[in-house]
Design a protein around this ligand. Structure first.
Ligand code: SF4
Length: 403
C-alpha cells in the first residue's frame, strides 16, 4: 500500500498530522463551550481532564464526534483498519472472580475447560491458512506456569511461523510471575523469546484502585498494570490498552485512566491501540452498574481520540459494541474495528451477539458503509494493504433469468 508506512501509523510523526489538523480546523466554527478545546487541539496542546469533563457534559454529541473525526482524518485520512485474526481463549478456569466477568469458572465446574497444547494447536490449525494473528487471553489457571506458555508459544511458532501471537493480559503475566516465582520482566522475556509478539490490553478496567477493589478485587493494581506494559515496551513487545466503562466509575475516573495511559505512552511509545468497551450487563453481575448507552459509547470513543494524543489507534471493538455501533464509531474518532475474531467466548458469554466469521468482505463493507477505505493490517500496524474484496462469482441461473 503506497500511502502508508509503519512510522506513519505511530505517534512519532505528530508534526505531520498536527499540521494537517491545524489546517483543517482553521475555518471551522464551533459552539462556545467547544471553541477553547478546538483551539487547543488546533495548536497541538494536550487536553486536560477538565476539558474531557466539558466534552462529557456537552449536549451536542455530534459536535464532539465531529471534532474527534477531524483528528482521526488528520492522522489516517479515510483509511480504517482491520485484521485477519482468530481469538482462542485457552481456559476459563480462573482463581479470581471479578464481579463483571461472565467467563470464569472454578476448576471443578461442569463446564470448565482447559485446552492443552495439542488441543490449542488443533483449534488454531483450523484457521491457520487465513489468519496472521492469534489473540489468546483466558483465566488464571492454578497449574499453568510460565513454562506451559513457553512451550505453547514455541509450538505455535514452529507450526505456524506466519502467525503473530498476541496473548496474555497484564493480570495473566502477574499470575505467571507469582506461580513461577520470577519477576514480570523475566516472565515477559521468556515468553518473548518463545514467540510472543505483543500483549493485548485487557484487564485495565479502570485504573483506580478503589474502583478495582469493587469490580475486580485481587486483580493487578493500577500501578502493576502500567508497570507490566512499561516493561513489555522496554523489551520490544508492543501492546494495546483498554478501558472497561459503565460499571461504577465516574466520567472523571475514565479521564484519569486515559491520562495515565497517555503519560506512559509519552515515555515508551509502546501502546499501539486503545480499546474502550462498555460493561455488558445481565441480571446477575454487578447489579449496581450504571451501564453505558449507545450514545455514551460513541461519546467515550470520541473523547478517547481527543485525549489520547500519544496513542495512535482507537479501536471500536465490534465483539463488544456490535457491528452497527462499530460502523458509526468510525465517524466518531475510531480508526480500527479489530478483526475477524472467529472464535470468542468472553464477550459472547457476557451477552454479545456480534457474528463470528472469517468473511473479510463483510468487514470491509462495514468500513465502506462508514465512508472509509478498508485497510488490512498486521498485529503491529507495520504492514498495510488496501483491501479489495474478491468479485462475487456469477451465480448459476442468473444468466438464464436475463435471457
Ligand atoms: S476477568 Fe479475568 S481474572 Fe477476572 S475472573 Fe474473569 S477470567 Fe478471571
Amino acid at each position: 500500500m503506497n500511502q502508508w508506512s509503519s512510522t506513519q501509523s505511530h505517534a512519532g510523526c505528530k508534526q505531520d498530522w498536527q499540521e494537517r489538523l491545524t489546517n483543517s480546523l482553521a475555518n471551522t466554527q464551533w459552539s462556545k463551550s467547544i471553541t477553547p478545546i478546538a483551539d487547543k487541539i488546533a495548536s497541538g496542546k494536550r487536553l486536560s481532564i477538565d476539558d474531557g469533563l466539558v466534552l462529557y457534559q456537552h449536549l451536542d454529541l455530534t459536535e464532539v464526534g465531529r471534532l474527534a473525526n477531524f483528528v482521526r482524518k488528520s492522522r489516517f485520512d479515510n483509511f480504517a483498519f482491520f485484521n485477519s485474526n482468530v481469538h482462542i481463549n485457552q481456559t476459563n478456569v480462573c482463581v479470581l472472580s471479578c464481579r463483571f466477568c461472565a467467563f470464569r469458572r472454578s476448576k471443578k465446574s461442569s463446564d470448565a475447560y482447559s485446552l492443552d497444547i495439542e488441543a490449542y494447536v488443533d483449534d488454531l490449525s483450523i484457521y491457520a491458512d487465513y489468519v496472521d494473528e492469534v489473540h489468546s487471553v483466558g483465566g488464571l489457571h492454578p497449574d499453568w506456569d510460565v513454562h506451559h506458555y513457553q512451550q505453547l508459544f514455541r509450538t505455535v511458532k514452529e507450526k505456524f511461523p506466519h502467525i503473530t501471537i498476541k496473548a496474555l493480559t497484564a493480570v495473566e503475566i502477574k499470575h505467571l510471575s507469582q506461580l513461577s516465582k520470577i519477576s514480570f520482566s523475566e516472565v515477559l522475556t521468556i515468553l518473548k523469546d518463545a514467540g510472543l509478539g505483543s500483549l493485548p490490553g485487557g484487564g485495565a478496567e479502570i485504573l483506580d484502585d478503589e474502583i478495582r477493589s469493587i469490580i475486580c478485587n485481587g486483580k493487578e493494581s493500577s500501578e502493576e498494570y502500567l508497570e507490566i506494559h512499561k516493561i513489555a515496551h522496554e523489551i520490544g513487545l508492543p501492546s494495546n490498552c483498554t478501558m472497561l466503562f459503565g460499571t461504577v466509575e465516574t466520567t472523571k475516573h475514565r479521564l484519569i485512566h486515559m491520562d495515565k495511559l497517555r503519560r506512559l505512552a509519552d515515555v515508551t511509545n509502546g501502546f499501539q491501540c486503545f480499546v474502550p468497551y462498555p460493561f455488558l450487563p445481565d441480571s446477575s453481575r454487578l447489579p449496581e452498574a450504571q451501564c453505558a448507552t449507545g450514545s455514551e459509547v460513541l461519546r467515550t470513543i470520541a473523547i478517547s481520540r481527543l485525549m489520547l494524543d500519544s496513542i495512535p489507534h482507537i479501536k471500536a471493538y465490534r465483539m463488544n459494541i456490535g457491528d452497527g455501533l462499530a460502523e458509526l464509531a468510525l465517524q466518531y474518532g475510531a480508526d480500527d474495528i479489530d478483526g475477524t475474531v472467529q472464535k470468542e467466548s468472553i464477550m459472547h458469554l457476557a451477552g454479545s451477539t456480534t457474528p463470528l466469521d472469517h468473511d473479510l468482505s463483510r468487514l470491509s463493507k462495514l468500513i465502506e458503509n462508514a465512508g472509509c477505505i478498508p485497510v488490512k493490517r498486521n498485529t503491529t500496524y507495520q504492514k498495510f494493504e488496501i483491501f479489495i474484496p474478491p468479485k462475487p462469482k456469477p451465480r448459476r441461473g442468473l444468466k438464464m433469468a436475463h435471457n
